[in-house]
Every structure is written in structure tokens, then in C-alpha cells.
Design a protein around this ligand. Structure first.
Ligand code: AMP
Length: 305
């Protein structure tokens, strides 16, 4: 039983008030797969890069047991590139450019043996492509989907069609407001769940995350971090930890969804401690479990008798 991840792989140029990196490893599928690789193996990745994509990044992913059979490498093509700039408030970022490059003609072909995957994590790419992936799946599966303002603004109708087919949508607070056209988050959550996904997760940057199902609202705390180095990929690392844990435990009950949200938050906290994917490269399951327990202690309290 495998976990299929489809999304972008790219080269990111990122600046924060502390530092700047150029052409660093990035992309939604990259962060999701690296993060999920600590929970389940192998991770089956489907994506596209150009021949300029450095070999060292391929090696890094293979070293994390990420199966790249579904990775298309386009000879002479240019890899997807994205650039972002963060200000002192690291919750706010400006996108400086998005170059789709090989993504413009991407046709996500899911290899035959990945089509039976029981868990699918759709990283942030064009919702039309995300739908093409689901159309190729043969067996019943549990789908977790991410998106971003870029697609909500440009492809809202396609996104709404896709939402009818997914089990979980993960988005951040400003994207939830944009998608629902509603300033209040609880009302936004209701409106978005009515669009299709029975489970909705709204991430609130350094303020934690909210999980909504038909009968629960769960609030996950944020990890109090002294140093956030680079928030890029935090959302995707969250999605990877969340889906990876559900796949590992094969349990999508409400109680286990709460644990998955905490594992997702733990992975996001590791991600932002270093630039690019560096924070996800040398972890162990034990370290992740330690952080999971720190999260539990953050909001555990007892009522006085
Ligand atoms: P996050 O910080 O979790 O939103 O994810 C950032 C990652 O998403 C970066 O590594 C980018 O390469 C990737 N990304 C940014 N814009 C897009 C887009 N329009 N489509 C697909 N991936 C994107």
C-alpha cells in the first residue's frame, strides 16, 4: 500500500531578513515527499523537471527512499522556478516571480503500479492537473489536497470541481478567506466544506492550525520557535507529515486526524529552522516523536479539583 505524491519540483530563489539563497531545491512535491519519507516508505513521486535540475537533488530524494519512476526529466527543458521575499513579519511573503517552464506542458502520467495507491497527496499545482491525477486512479483512495492563492485567483472554477473529489483540503487562513469570499474563518470553513472536502485544515502560520470535520473543531498549537529561518515549504512539510502519518497508521478516525495534524505541525517546525529543504534532510523518527510530545505538552492542562 503506497503513498502517491504529485506536485511541483523546482528551484527556489528566496530572501528573508537574514539571508538569501538562489536556485535552492524547492517545490511542493519535494517538501511533501521529504517530510512524508520519515513516516512511510517508499514515497511514489510524480512530477516534472528540466535537464537543468541538479543531480545532487535527485540523489538526495533517492536517499530518502523516494521512488522517482514517475519523474519526467525533459531534455533541454527548464525546471520550474519560483522566487519569494519575506519581510520582518515572516507570515507575509511576496512572490517575486513564478516561471512555470516545463510545467506549462506537464501531463501527469501515473505509472500503472502507482494507480492503486490508497493515499494520494496532491501538492500545490494547477487544479486541472490535480484532477488529471485523480482520473487515473483505479482503486478507492484517500486524497489530501493543497492549493494556493495563485490557483484560487486564476483557476477557481477548476479548483471547485476538484474539491468535490478530495477528502482533505489544506490551505492557509488568507487562502481560506479568498476561496470562501468570507472574512470569518469559521464561516469560511463551513463554506469550503460545503464545496466538497469533508475534512478541512486551515494553517495559520506561526499561530498553529485548525482542523474541521463534520463534528469536531480541533485547534493545534504552534511551536514557539526562537528562530524561523525560512518559512518556504512549511505548508508542504505539514501536508507531508500529515499524510505520511495517516498512511503509516492507516487510520483516518477523528482522533487520529488530530495526531496527524500535530505530526504535520512538527514537520513544518523542522522545515522552517533552516533554509530550503535543509531542515528536512537529517531527521529521525525518534526526533520527530520527541517534538510531537513537546507539542502535546504545549497545551495540556488540568482543571483544579
Ligand atoms: P509553501 O511555502 O508551503 O507554500 O511552498 C512553497 C513551495 O511551493 C516553493 O518551494 C515553490 O517552489 C512552490 N510553489 C510556489 N508557487 C507555486 C505554484 N504556482 N505552483 C506550484 N508550486 C509552487
Amino acid at each position: 500500500m503506497s503513498l502517491l505524491v504529485v506536485g511541483s519540483l523546482g528551484l527556489d530563489t528566496v530572501s528573508t531578513p537574514f539571508d538569501k539563497v538562489e536556485d535552492a531545491l524547492g517545490g511542493s512535491a519535494t517538501y511533501i515527499s521529504l517530510s512524508a519519507s520519515y513516516f512511510s516508505a517508499p514515497i511514489n513521486l510524480v512530477g516534472i523537471v528540466g535537464s537543468d535540475f541538479p543531480n545532487k537533488y535527485i540523489n538526495l530524494m533517492e536517499a530518502h527512499n523516494i521512488n522517482l519512476e514517475g519523474l519526467q526529466i525533459i531534455e533541454g527543458g527548464k525546471t520550474f522556478r519560483w522566487s519569494g521575499k519575506y519581510h520582518y513579519d515572516l507570515n507575509v511573503r511576496d512572490t517575486l516571480f513564478t516561471e512555470l517552464n516545463v510545467f506549462e506542458n506537464f501531463n501527469p502520467v501515473i505509472p500503472e503500479r502507482f494507480r492503486k495507491s490508497k493515499f494520494v497527496c496532491l501538492g500545490n499545482i494547477d487544479p486541472v492537473l490535480q484532477m488529471k491525477v485523480l482520473d487515473q486512479m483505479t482503486d478507492s483512495h484517500f486524497t489530501v489536497c493543497d492549493t494556493m492563492n495563485y490557483w484560487i485567483e486564476r483557476k477557481k472554477d477548476d479548483l471547485i470541481k476538484l474539491l468535490k473529489k478530495v477528502n482533505v483540503l489544506i490551505i492557509n487562513d488568507s487562502e481560506a478567506r479568498l476561496l470562501a469570499q468570507e472574512p470569518n474563518l469559521v464561516k469560511s470553513a463551513k463554506a469550503i466544506r460545503n464545496m466538497g472536502p469533508e475534512i478541512l485544515i486551515i494553517k495559520k502560520g506561526e499561530h498553529g492550525a485548525l482542523l474541521f470535520t463534520h463534528d469536531i473543531v480541533f485547534s493545534a498549537p504552534a511551536y514557539p520557535m526562537e528562530m524561523i529561518y525560512d518559512p518556504t515549504g512549511a505548508g508542504d512539510s505539514f501536508a507531508g507529515g500529515f499524510t505520511g502519518y495517516l498512511h503509516r497508521t492507516q487510520d483516518v478516525s477523528a482522533e487520529n486526524l488530530k495526531c496527524a495534524v500535530i505530526y504535520g505541525s512538527a514537520m513544518a517546525s523542522f522545515c522552517v529552522e533552516k533554509f530550503s529543504t535543509k531542515g528536512l534532510e537529517n531527521l529521525s523518527y525518534l526526533r520527530i516523536q520527541d517534538r510531537f510530545r513537546e507539542f502535546m505538552n504545549l497545551s495540556r492542562f488540568n482543571e483544579k479539583e
